[in-house]
Design a protein around this ligand. Structure first.
Ligand code: A3P
Length: 327
């Protein structure tokens, strides 16, 4: 191997021996003196990294939680952009990830903030079912706290379906979508997967647990959160994020009759209800779809209780999810 040129050596290394390493993965320079010098970063930038992430999955109430927490003066979400709106999707999207650490940090406010007291955070619902995202988050933010919202997975799948139907020109009926099989390349089959796959909760929770300790993960019962988020908002502020100045959740949210949901309220007490695409009106799913989904998720839901017991202590209504599936 002494006879190999540098580029031949690189070929061997990345293609024959360590193909996993072809893609760069960013580690945190703040935890390493040598990296810190190479990075040319300023120590105070280390405080700009987010301290918690809302990781999804999609259609479980992630935008509501994100907006409600954003009302707290010490909690600062990442900046919005025109493509993915309130989501950065840094860890789950290759193109965005390769913008690098400085780009990631530039997505958070650092001016006019008391960095010792303020906490940056972001929400990207695409992280939940991305193994690559888990790996990248672990490398850059090993001590991060993670919030996951779970709702009954059949309802989540249907909400996702409604979301796609409303914003694209697809017209397939939900019952027909569920019955599709095989043709992996069709758009419709792809849509079916996007509706069903993230609801394999146990599978993904186990993956998260292989990267992070259960203490780093807070699971929310999304169905309870949707009905009334107040107790959950208090608990997150006090016991999970451990804010110095938690606000009583009645200062963050109030029920809005017209919207039919609790809405975030700004500090001048104005309602900041979510847009029309959150809390859509649509018909109930058919009894065929309900049965199909109960059956589809039955084993997945059972595995949540069996395999992720460290997490489920906090998530009391999981048994409710599995009963729904059996019933
Ligand atoms: P539907 O529009 O299907 O009812 P996400 O933001 O993760 O994509 O989730 C969207 C879902 O959040 C909505 O799905 C809605 O049911 C739920 N949700 C929970 N609390 C809400 C709130 N306070 N306001 C609006 N939608 C809320």
């Amino acid at each position: 191997s002494n006879d190999l040129s540098t580029s031949e050596l690189a070929q061997k290394y990345f293609y024959d021996y360590y193909p996993d390493e072809q893609m760069p993965i960013f580690t945190n320079p703040c935890n390493d003196k040598i990296l810190m010098n190479l990075w040319n970063g300023n120590r105070s930038l280390c405080l700009v990294f987010p301290q918690f992430l809302i990781v999804g999955p999609q259609k479980t109430g992630t935008t509501a939680l994100y907006s409600m927490l954003s009302q707290h003066p010490d909690l600062h979400p990442s900046k919005k952009n025109s493509i993915t709106f309130e989501e950065l999707q840094f860890f789950s999207n290759d193109t965005i990830y390769y913008n690098g650490i400085n780009w990631y940090l530039s997505q958070f406010d650092s001016d006019n903030m008391d960095l010792n007291r303020s906490i940056n955070f972001e929400k990207s619902a695409t992280y939940f079912d991305s193994i690559l995202a888990m790996k990248r988050i672990k490398a850059l933010l090993p001590n991060i706290r993670l919030i996951i919202i779970l709702t009954e997975p059949g309802t989540r799948a249907y909400s996702r379906y409604q979301h796609e139907i409303a914003r694209t020109n697809q017209t397939i009926k939900f019952d027909d979508l569920l019955q599709l099989n095989g043709n992996q390349s069709s758009n419709e089959f792809h849509l079916r997967q996007r509706c069903l796959q993230p609801g394999h909760y146990a599978e993904y929770l186990l993956q998260w647990l292989s990267y992070f300790s259960s203490k780093q993960i807070y699971i929310i019962d999304g169905d309870a959160f949707r009905r009334d988020p107040r107790v959950i908002l208090n608990d997150i502020q006090i016991s999970f994020i451990q804010l110095e100045n938690p606000l009583n959740s009645s200062e963050l949210v109030r029920y809005n009759k017209k919207k039919g949901f609790f809405c975030p309220v700004s500090n001048n007490k104005r309602f900041q209800c979510l847009g029309k695409s959150k809390g859509r009106y649509y018909e109930n799913m058919s009894s065929y779809a309900r049965k199909f989904l109960n059956n589809y998720y039955l084993l997945h839901n059972r595995k949540i209780c069996l395999n992720t017991i460290q997490l489920t202590k906090r998530f009391l209504s999981l048994s409710k999810i599995s009963h729904t599936a059996e019933g």
